[in-house]
Design a protein. Structure first.
Length: 348
């Protein structure tokens, strides 16, 4: 039986990953349609989830509360920086798979106050690595163990109008958030190179989907449209991101855990580049206002973010060719799922 320690499982991607595991391995849920692979060969006896989360402001306990009654789901309220707690969890529950989502992630917050990002993203990651080494290296060694660090394409910095980030592209983070993520990556690599800890690293492009905190672009714009507020757009709205549906990200994570090689980095993207104004225009067409307004009237341009990366774009060919993964959700369907989820939420 695979026993997962999922850190940050009340956060956006972590909670969606928990949904994905139950969707594909145990039970059906209507919350995340088209969430990727649907292998029904596994049963509830083949996995157990330990969800460790500090329940900070971005946590969403309601999104996974439907699993609270299940015997193979255990929630623990705690801090990844608590070495004694982490070590006890790994030991007591015989954890063999760590999927490390827990992080401070909002770039704007990191610019205002980097301290929590340094503590959680760097120190917290080191505690997990250190505890995993301590518990796993004896008596059986690292056999059948996996530690997957969920990173971001933001560690690469910014691109020009052409080209794509590859796994061997230089790392050049430009804000405290991405610098903290890159620092944690280096710690992960050091534990693989020095101790042989079976660490894998994934770098994903911008995620969207159900359950994301409204500080992020797409849920923020949806919320403002439903409340008939202006849509805040940084700078001139031309910053480009590769938008990845969170369900596809989850299927990539499982593929990396099943087939990925320790010590390797895998990019996760879907070649779906859209700038901020394009996202606002699409959402305005999906959530029409009353009375109707034009995009020009709907948006409010605000001062640009300091050090704003103007384009991210991922080359995910390594993940596709070596592990056989590809995204299954096109942007129109993914955004439809996302908008519907938030409209239901805001009507409650």
């Amino acid at each position: 039986m695979r026993t997962y320690l999922i850190t940050g499982g009340m956060g956006f991607i972590g909670s969606n990953y928990i949904h994905y595991l139950y969707e594909t391995q145990y039970m059906r849920t209507s919350e995340i349609p088209n969430c990727g692979d649907t292998d029904k060969t596994k049963s509830k006896e083949t996995f157990r989830i330990i969800n460790l989360d500090l329940l900070t402001y971005a946590a969403n306990p309601e999104y996974v509360e439907e699993f609270n009654h299940l015997e193979n789901y255990i929630f623990i309220h705690g801090d990844i920086c608590d070495e004694e707690l982490v070590t006890n969890i790994l030991t007591d529950y015989e954890v063999d798979t760590i999927v490390h989502f827990a992080a401070e992630t909002h770039v704007d917050n990191s610019i205002q106050n980097p301290d929590p990002f340094i503590k959680t993203n760097i120190t917290g990651t080191h505690v997990l690595l250190k505890s995993a080494k301590t518990v796993w290296e004896a008596p059986t060694g690292y056999k059948d163990k996996k530690f997957l660090y969920i990173s971001t394409d933001e560690v690469y910095g910014t691109l020009g109008k052409e080209g794509y980030f590859r796994e061997d592209s230089p790392v050049y983070p430009k804000n405290p958030y991405s610098a903290a993520k890159a620092s944690a990556e280096l710690l992960c690599k050091s534990y693989y190179n020095t101790y042989g800890l079976p660490v894998l690293i994934s770098r994903c492009s911008n995620n969207y989907g159900p359950g994301q905190h409204p500080e992020k672009l797409i849920p923020l714009l949806i919320k403002n449209l439903t409340e008939k507020k202006k849509l805040p757009i940084y700078g001139d709205g031309t910053a480009v991101r590769d938008w990845l549906y969170v369900g596809d990200h989850c299927s990539a994570i499982e593929k990396i855990l099943d087939l990925g090689k320790p010590g390797e980095i895998y990019n996760i993207g879907c070649n779906n580049e859209k700038n901020t104004l394009e996202i606002a225009e699409i959402l305005l067409s999906m959530i029409p206002t009353t009375p109707a307004v034009t995009l020009q009237d709907a948006v409010s341009f605000v001062p640009d973010r300091p050090g704003h990366d103007m384009r991210y774009a991922i080359d995910a060919s390594k993940l596709t060719t070596e592990l056989g993964w590809k995204p299954k959700t096109d942007f129109a369907q993914g955004l439809f799922n996302t908008v519907n989820w938030y409209l239901k939420k805001y009507k409650q």
